[in-house]
Design a binder for this molecule. Structure first.
Ligand code: SAH
Length: 460
C-alpha cells in the first residue's frame, strides 16, 4: 500500500474526530467520511508504519445506521460530526469507545468491563441541547458579514441554514445573530479579520439559563467599546425578549483564545442564573458551565449516587470549576472541599455556595497537584474523593496523593475515556481499589465526545 492507492475496506469503529476506522493487511486506517457499518472505497492520503489516513471515494455498501442528516449544512460545518449516524447507533458507539479504551489503554479484562458497565445515558431528544454558543464572526471579500461555525479543521465560517438555524443550539440564536448582523450593517461595524487583526467583532457568545429562561449575549470585541449601543440593545431585546444581560468582552490578543480577560455589562445584569436540580448558579460570560443542562443533571445525579453519601462524610471535589458538583454533593455530605485552578471560577463557587445557603463547603485556588498534598499534610481526611479533571486527565502525583488519603470511594468524572482508562489503571495498580461500575453519559449528541462517571471502592 502507498499514498494515493485506492482500496476497499469495511468500517468497524469510530475515531476521535468522527472518522471511520477500518483494518486491512495488519494496518489501521482512519477514513474521513465513513461510518461504522459502511463498506467503502477509500483513497490513501497519508501512510505510517502501522496506520494510515484515507478519504472515502465511494460508499459501496452504506451502514444500516446511516440517516438523512436533519441539518442541511452538516456535511460542511465542523460543529457536528455524526449527524448522518442514527442517534441509537451514536449511543452504542459511545459505549464501545469507553469499553475499548478501558480494555486497550486501562488493561482491564473485557468480560469484567462488560459485567460492571451500566448502559449509556442518552437524551430523549438529541437536538437543541446546548445552553451556550460561541459564534465566530467574519467578513467576506464582498463586504458581507458571516456568523456561524468553523468548517472541519479550518477557520472558514459556515453559516447555519436560515430556515432551521443551528440544530444543536437554542432556536432563538438565529434571531440574535440576525439582529447583530443588521446592527453591524447599519452602523458600518466590521468583523474582525484573523490575518490583519483589524475589525471589531470577533465572536458572539450566547448563554441560556434553561430553567430560568434568562439569556446573555456577549460580543467579543477587538477594541475598547462598541458604537450605537442603544441601537444594538433595541434590536436585540426586540429579537429576543428573554435577554436579561448584554455584555462586551474585550479581547485584543492575536491568538485563537476566544475570550479576553475583561467583560463589561452594557445592559441588564452582568450574570444570568440557572439551576441544576434545586441549586441556583450565577453564571458569568467566562464561567465554565456544562453545555448540556439536561444531561448535566443526569451526570451529577449518577456521581452523587456513586458517592453514596449518608450525611457526615468529608468529601474532596477536585477540579471543582464553579462548584457545580461540589454543591450537588454538599446537600448530602458533612463537608465538601473544592480545589480549582481558575481564580474567577473559585470566586463563583464561593458566591454560589453562599447564594444557596451552604455553610459546609470550602474552596481552594490552585493546581490540584499543589493544593491537595498541602491539605492532606494538614490532616484533612476524606471519605469520598470526586475528581473531574480536564481532557488530559489527572497528574500521576494527584492519583498517588488520592491513594495516600485512602478514601472509601473515588468517583471519577471524565470527558476523555482514554485518559480515564489510563488513570483508573493507576488507581487500581496496587490492588487496594477496584473498579465497581461506570456509566457513559452522552453530553454531546451528534459528536463523538462522551462523558463517563466511574466508581472505585476500597477492597474490604
Ligand atoms: N467539576 C466542574 C468543572 C470540570 S471542568 C463542573 O462539572 O462544572 C475541569 C476543571 O478543572 C476546569 O474548571 C479547569 O479550570 C480545572 N483545572 C484544570 N487543570 C487544573 C488543575 N491542574 N488543578 C485544578 N483545577 C484544574
Amino acid at each position: 500500500m502507498k499514498k494515493n492507492d485506492v482500496f476497499e475496506v469495511e468500517i468497524t469503529g469510530l475515531g476521535k474526530d468522527g472518522e471511520g476506522i477500518g483494518h486491512l493487511e495488519g494496518m489501521t486506517f482512519f477514513v474521513v467520511g465513513a461510518l461504522p457499518g459502511d463498506v467503502v472505497m477509500a483513497h490513501v492520503t497519508k501512510l505510517k508504519k502501522t496506520y494510515g489516513y484515507a478519504k472515502v471515494v465511494k460508499i459501496l455498501k452504506p451502514s444500516k445506521d446511516r440517516v438523512e442528516p436533519p441539518c442541511p449544512v452538516s456535511d460542511r460545518c465542523g460543529g457536528c460530526s455524526l449527524m448522518n449516524f442514527s442517534y441509537r447507533a451514536q449511543l452504542r458507539m459511545k459505549e464501545e469507545i469507553v469499553e475499548d479504551d478501558l480494555v486497550r489503554i486501562g488493561g482491564f479484562d473485557r468480560d469484567f468491563i462488560r459485567k460492571i458497565q451500566e448502559p449509556v445515558i442518552g437524551m430523549s431528544d438529541p437536538l437543541h441541547y446546548r445552553n451556550k454558543a460561541q459564534i465566530p464572526v467574519g467578513m467576506q471579500p464582498d463586504g458581507g458579514i458571516v456568523m456561524g461555525f468553523y468548517a472541519h479543521h479550518s477557520h472558514r465560517i459556515i453559516e447555519p441554514d436560515q430556515s432551521v438555524g443551528c440544530l444543536i443550539g437554542a432556536p432563538e440564536n438565529q434571531n440574535i445573530t440576525d439582529a447583530i448582523k443588521s446592527w453591524m450593517y447599519e452602523n458600518k461595524v466590521r468583523a474582525y479579520d484573523e490575518t490583519t487583526h483589524k475589525g471589531l467583532i470577533r465572536h458572539i457568545l450566547i448563554r441560556h439559563g434553561v430553567h430560568t429562561g434568562q439569556v446573555m449575549v456577549c460580543l467579543v470585541i477587538n477594541g475598547k467599546s462598541i458604537p450605537a449601543i442603544d441601537n444594538l440593545v433595541e434590536r436585540l431585546t426586540v429579537a429576543c425578549p428573554d435577554i436579561t444581560s448584554i455584555c462586551v468582552n474585550i479581547n485584543k490578543n492575536t491568538g485563537n483564545v476566544i475570550l479576553g480577560d475583561r467583560t463589561e455589562c452594557i445592559w441588564g445584569e452582568p450574570v444570568i442564573t440557572d439551576k441544576v436540580g434545586d441549586i441556583t448558579f450565577d453564571i458569568s460570560a467566562k464561567s465554565f458551565f456544562q453545555v448540556n443542562p439536561v444531561q448535566m443533571e443526569k451526570l451529577y445525579s449518577r456521581a452523587l449516587e456513586y458517592a453514596d453519601l449518608k450525611g457526615s462524610e468529608n468529601v474532596y471535589d477536585l477540579y471543582s470549576g464553579i462548584g457545580t458538583i461540589s454543591l450537588f454533593l454538599a446537600k448530602k455530605a458533612g463537608h465538601v472541599t473544592g480545589v480549582e485552578v481558575v481564580p474567577d471560577a473559585v470566586k463563583d463557587a464561593v458566591r454560589n455556595a453562599k447564594l444557596n445557603g451552604f455553610s459546609n463547603t470550602n474552596f481552594y485556588t490552585g493546581k490540584t497537584e499543589d493544593v491537595l498534598p498541602k491539605l492532606v499534610a494538614q490532616g484533612r481526611p476524606a471519605d469520598v474523593i470526586v475528581l473531574d479533571p480536564p481532557r488530559k486527565g489527572a497528574e500521576k502525583s494527584v492519583l498517588e496523593t488520592i491513594l495516600s488519603v485512602a478514601p472509601s470511594r473515588i468517583v471519577y468524572v471524565s470527558c476523555d475515556p482514554a485518559t480515564l482508562a489510563r488513570d483508573l489503571a493507576i488507581l487500581c495498580e496496587d490492588g487496594t481499589y477496584e473498579l465497581k461500575k461506570y456509566t457513559p453519559v452522552d453530553q454531546f449528541p451528534e459528536s463523538v465526545h462522551v462523558e463517563t462517571v466511574a466508581l472505585m471502592s476500597k477492597k474490604k
